[in-house]
Design a protein around this ligand. Structure first.
Ligand SMILES: Cc1cc2nc3c(=O)[nH]c(=O)nc-3n(C[C@H](O)[C@H](O)[C@H](O)COP(=O)(O)O)c2cc1C
Length: 499
């Protein structure tokens, strides 16, 4: 068997991979002229430039240059950072002699505990969400130095996409064996083997097929809203990582039913509200849709969010179509999973598919906290655009908000005014009332403004036209740092609902 392998290798080893050549060396296979155009997986950004370059690392080991060619190509296509895993003691041609069973590589590959030392390290590995990992196949497995690399960092929560180059062998069990060296919470994608006739297009096509979703680029700020450009009755927008804009203040429709719901939403739209939050569980999607259609405001100016309830998770694709029918607005701006539950990953994947089908524009989650996110994110491919949780001065989520913002996820607060049964206490809180008096504003407006200044979108519910109008009049005053701090200090970690 070993002899047969040697024979195969002797035919194949000396035909190096040459695709993705930049054209300097005439002997190499040429590929279509390099273009800077990123594949579809790049995140849209306002100016059309590539984004997400900060969160993908292409790391590779290459002894004879084949893997390097493809790694450089992948980094170029993705506009990602490139890192070469270099051996502390470089491999000589004797070391690489596969015919010599006592060669360095042969010994290393046969020794399960061998961990060849690496020279240098990746700076700030923590900033990467996705690591594309390239390596050559040596005797059917990844070169051992790749094991050293994987054991040198914490890959928890990261997505790892392996690829290999070889003379003729497939990727075999090499990627699976490597995955076992990493934290269980790392998400391993299926590995891919490349051969000598690989072109740049092949690499780009493969990367594209992975449907990786890149983190929002740093020029998209989800943590501080453009409040100075807001006007009463006209909330500014935040750019979601899906590329769509969403107003930062709107109306929640929980408990608004039938005509009350239609009237409240129409009244909100008249007051300038352009963000409406509903859910399957609120039993008013049809009324929200009706109000939008009857309002006379162009559909594309309005942003409608709805949610799938856990009872729908096992038939999510159908449930999405039902929500589309009830709303009857052509498309859904944002759909969230209402709270974690059995089948939530599959339901989320159904939403991902609905985005591709043009039914939904952006997707996200509701009632997901850090622990739930850590478990959920490695299982999905599209980063949520938004997370909607209970947030008010008595339940501030000061740990969750920066966590989401750091991932480029917009935070939205439900129960911004404390929620049913608690509004009275919150609106009469003496700190808030004192600040409100100073600004000549209501306590509700101060709380909503506090949320906005913290980078939290607000969707207070109301059927009272005066309150609705008041809730969108948040842009003619500003809380000072001291006032923000005074409200921050009211946190009691006091949840007002069970989610
Ligand atoms: C020590 C050694 C062992 C190898 N074993 C295999 C093998 O088992 N199967 C195979 O198809 N190619 C094998 N190859 C060929 C390499 O996998 C192939 O040339 C690869 O593209 C080299 O990548 P690099 O240039 O990035 O180092 C071996 C090469 C070397 C040096």
């Amino acid at each position: 068997m070993k002899q047969i392998l040697s024979l195969i290798l002797s035919f194949t080893l000396f035909f190096p991979l040459a695709a993705c050549d930049t054209g300097e060396s005439g002997s190499k296979i040429q590929y279509a002229a390099p273009s800077r155009q990123a594949p579809e997986i790049s995140t849209p950004s306002e100016d059309g430039s590539d984004s997400g370059d900060a969160n993908i690392l292409v790391a590779y080991f290459s002894a004879t240059g084949n893997t390097r060619v493809l790694a450089e190509c992948a980094a170029d296509v993705l506009n990602a950072d490139l890192y070469e895993i270099q051996a502390q003691t470089p491999y000589t041609s004797e070391d690489l002699n596969y015919n010599d069973s006592s060669s360095r590589t042969s010994k290393e590959q046969n020794d399960p505990s061998a961990r060849p030392e690496i020279s240098g390290q990746v700076e700030n590995m923590e900033k990467y969400d996705i690591v594309i990992l390239g390596y050559p196949i040596w005797w059917g497995q990844a070169s051992k130095i790749v094991s050293t690399f994987l054991e040198s960092y914490d890959f928890s929560g990261k997505t790892i996409v392996p690829f290999c180059t070889s003379g003729s062998s497939g990727i075999g069990s090499s990627d699976k064996n490597l995955s076992e060296l990493c934290s269980e919470s790392a998400s391993w994608k299926e590995g891919k083997r490349f051969s000598s006739d690989t072109s740049r297009e092949d690499v780009a096509e493969w990367l594209n097929s992975l449907e990786l979703v890149l983190k929002t680029s740093s020029d998209i700020s989800v943590s501080s809203f453009d409040l100075d450009n807001g006007e009463n009755g006209k909330a500014p927008a935040v750019l979601l990582n899906s590329g769509y804009r969403m107003p930062v203040a709107g109306i929640g429709t929980y408990s608004l039913l039938d005509d009350t719901c239609v009237e409240s939403v129409v009244s909100a739209l008249k007051s300038g509200v352009r963000l409406i939050d509903t859910a399957y569980m609120y039993h008013n999607e049809a009324e929200v849709g009706k109000a939008v259609r009857e309002s006379g405001v162009p559909r594309e100016e309005i942003f409608v969010t709805t949610k799938l309830y856990p009872s729908q998770f096992d038939r999510a694709a159908e449930a999405i179509d039902e929500a589309m029918e009830k709303l009857n607005l052509g498309y859904i701006d944002l759909m969230l999973l209402h709270h974690p539950g059995k089948g939530d990953v599959d339901a989320y994947k159904a939403m991902e598919q609905a985005v591709k089908d043009g039914k939904i524009r952006s997707i996200g989650l509701s009632n997901w906290y850090i622990e739930e996110m850590e478990e959920f994110l490695p299982q999905i491919t599209v980063m949520p655009a938004l997370v909607q949780n209970e947030i008010h001065p008595y339940y501030q989520e000061n740990d969750v908000i920066p966590y989401m913002h750091e991932k480029g996820i917009v935070m939205e607060g439900w129960y911004p005014l404390g929620g049913r049964g608690y509004t009275h206490e919150l609106l009469n809180d003496e700190t808030i009332v004192a600040i409100a008096q100073l600004h000549g504003k209501s306590a509700a407006q101060v709380i909503l403004r506090w949320n906005l200044q913290k980078g939290v979108v607000v969707i207070p519910g109301s059927s009272n036209p005066d309150h609705i109008s008041e809730n969108i009049s948040l842009f003619d005053f500003k809380l000072t740092e001291d006032e923000m701090e005074r409200i921050n200090s009211l946190d009691r970690g006091e949840k007002h609902d069970w989610y």
